[in-house]
Design a protein around this ligand. Structure first.
Ligand SMILES: Cc1cc2nc3c(=O)[nH]c(=O)nc-3n(C[C@H](O)[C@H](O)[C@H](O)COP(=O)(O)OP(=O)(O)OC[C@H]3O[C@@H](n4cnc5c(N)ncnc54)[C@H](O)[C@@H]3O)c2cc1C
Length: 288
């Protein structure tokens, strides 16, 4: 007992990991007809926020509910951070109606991150579909800030139509300013679109990377990721050089409740970013 008491005194008061902290909305920008980006800063402005590319926060809309959303901003900015969200249901629909000055609850950052250190000295190929570009944007900021450490950087991005392209202006700026190859493909070409039409995974076969010295990072709908893995492997990329960010419904985000169980792993703490060889045995099974 004395021993326990001693330990609790040393450890100080326990912080409840389920308690969200208040963050104030600095900006809410509409990206496309069904996506938006919120920029948040802590209520206590002395606090800084640091995260690694690929990690996520639990975002609580007071009185409505809590959802996992990846951090989509530049990891070098510790004053504010951003979340880019697609409106799909109850919480995300409530979120889009908030405005500058409103407060959200935040828990995090949680989860594993993109292998930005392992990628040094290699070609990096980034594949994303739809809102899947949001969790990869912090990795892109990092790669560009440290451009000399990497060989070729290729971004393959797929959207439903040209109106659904996320961060359009930023992609144009990156393309003109940085040594970065960007290829965008849309599922349905509309008038005025002069780029690629078709599923984004078809770009993998002709993209300029050396499979013997490359690492691939992918995030998007699961069907896209299945074809992506097939195409990467067809190009000769080993399973241990393919990283995927996986999604499941989630509640606690700290490995207790089991809502996000994926085989023997929990997406919240063993993921969301997984090295493919670690999930290969369950990846193709339905209903996992
Ligand atoms: C680690 C992680 C990171 C994520 N990052 C982002 C992000 O950056 N941007 C973004 O827009 N979304 C992201 N998501 C998905 C996001 O959490 C869900 O869209 C959100 O929880 C939906 O909540 P809702 O209350 O608006 O919809 P609900 O009313 O809960 O659900 C609407 C529909 O979507 C389904 N659904 C809800 N959550 C998920 C999920 N996680 N996977 C599959 N189906 C789901 C429901 O079953 C239902 O059919 C992420 C999810 C995870 C697990």
């Amino acid at each position: 007992m004395a021993h326990l008491l001693e330990n609790s005194i040393i450890a100080g008061p326990a912080v409840d990991p389920m308690l969200p902290k208040p963050y104030r909305i600095q900006r809410l920008r509409h990206e496309t007809h069904d996506t938006f980006t919120v920029e948040l800063a802590p209520e206590n402005s002395d606090k800084q926020f640091s995260f690694l590319p690929g990690q996520f926060n639990m975002i609580y809309v007071f009185g409505v509910g809590e959802v996992p959303i990846s951090i989509s901003s530049n990891p070098q900015n510790s004053q504010t951070f951003q979340h880019t969200t697609r409106i799909v249901g109850v919480v995300t629909r409530a979120m889009v109606h908030l405005k500058k000055g409103d407060v959200l609850g935040v828990r995090g950052p949680y989860g594993t991150h993109w292998p930005i250190e392992e990628a040094e000295g290699r070609d990096v190929i980034i594949l994303s579909g739809g809102i899947g570009l949001a969790p990869l944007r912090p990795a892109l900021y990092h790669l560009m800030a440290q451009r000399k450490k990497y060989h070729k950087i290729v971004l393959l991005y797929g959207a439903r139509t040209c109106e659904d392209i996320l961060y359009r202006r930023e992609l144009e700026r990156w393309r003109s300013k940085f040594d970065l190859e960007i290829q965008v493909s849309v599922d349905r070409g509309t008038r005025g679109w002069r780029g690629e039409v078709g599923v984004v995974t078809t770009l993998i076969g002709r993209s300029p990377f050396d499979p013997s010295n490359a690492i691939a990072l992918a995030c998007g709908p699961e069907v896209m990721m299945r074809f992506a893995v097939m195409e990467f492997q067809r190009r000769g990329l080993a399973s241990e050089n393919i990283y995927l960010s996986m999604e499941r419904n989630m509640k606690c985000a700290i490995g207790f409740c089991g809502h996000c169980q994926y085989g023997s792993a929990f997406i919240c703490k063993d993921g969301p970013v997984f090295r493919f060889d670690r999930i290969e045995s369950i990846f193709y099974k339905a209903e996992i």
